[in-house]
Write a protein of this length. Structure first.
Length: 255
């Protein structure tokens, strides 16, 4: 499937895929380096590598995600260079190579006991996504649950696209599994009962829905009932309820 199901809106996707926005208190808190981090920064030769590493590390501490230093905010960049006595003028992230970025990422994951989001951990996430799909929760809650799962398992959190792709695959696989299960177990009688529910109720259509252009299936009438205690209203409820009970009796073992 080439497209993903819609989970988050464009604004939330943008927030998810960008570095966290800190206030002054949070900035002071997250931009503190552990001892091993300080020792490593002191050994680095260039200001751009020092700044890039600090930003990678501190953004990861806050989100369990990695962001290229080019995506960092000006306030964070100014704070880091001032705090660690780095020349802001010498920091140009065009000179921060992918090799250095990946090397930093590997080291940070190792130091914090995390695993990268790779083929192996993707399979773990896929398994969890399939399980959650069977609970029929909303896709937004499914997304949030998978992010929390990654954090509990100490696995790097990937991009929105990667997680939404996983959810799409899981939902498709779950629906396919249901279809196979039904096809292998449904009886001819049950097929007839289901087909009957999809027939148009012409009698009901004429009686109550003259103003509607589109006919409605019998199944849709089971959703409607009158709360009135007037005898003729109660009588109107009896027919769909009887239909519902008859259908349920024949389909109960499929549920």
């Amino acid at each position: 499937m080439s497209t993903h199901i819609k989970i988050l809106n464009k604004t939330d996707i943008k927030v998810f895929d960008e570095p966290p926005k800190f206030d002054s208190v949070e900035r002071n808190n997250f931009f503190r380096l552990p001892k091993w981090g300080k020792e490593l920064v002191e050994k680095m030769k260039t200001d751009v590598n020092k700044t890039g590493f600090i930003l990678q590390l501190c953004y990861f501490k806050a989100t369990n995600k990695f962001f290229h230093p080019k995506k960092s905010y000006k306030d964070d960049l100014k704070f880091v260079t001032k705090k660690f006595n780095i020349s802001l003028e010498k920091v140009n992230f065009q000179n921060f190579s992918t090799t250095i970025f990946n090397r930093n990422k590997t080291l940070i994951l190792e130091k914090y006991g995390f695993r990268s989001f790779d083929k192996e951990t993707r399979l773990l996430l896929k398994k969890e996504a399939l399980f959650l799909s069977s609970t029929q929760i909303k896709s937004e809650f499914l997304f949030i649950s998978l992010v929390e799962f990654l954090k509990r398992k100490k696995i790097e959190v990937p991009t929105y696209h990667a997680i939404s792709e996983m959810i799409t695959e899981a939902l498709i696989d779950y629906e396919k599994g249901l279809s196979v299960l039904i096809e292998n177990n449904i009886t001819d009688k049950q097929k007839e009962l289901l087909e009957e529910l999809l027939e148009f109720d012409d009698e009901k259509q004429i009686e109550e829905q003259r103003h509607l252009k589109n006919k409605r299936h019998k199944l849709t009438w089971l959703k409607k009932s009158h709360e009135s205690t007037q005898p003729y209203k109660i009588k109107e409820n009896i027919r769909p309820e009887q239909l519902s009970l008859n259908q349920f009796a024949g389909l109960a073992n499929m549920v």
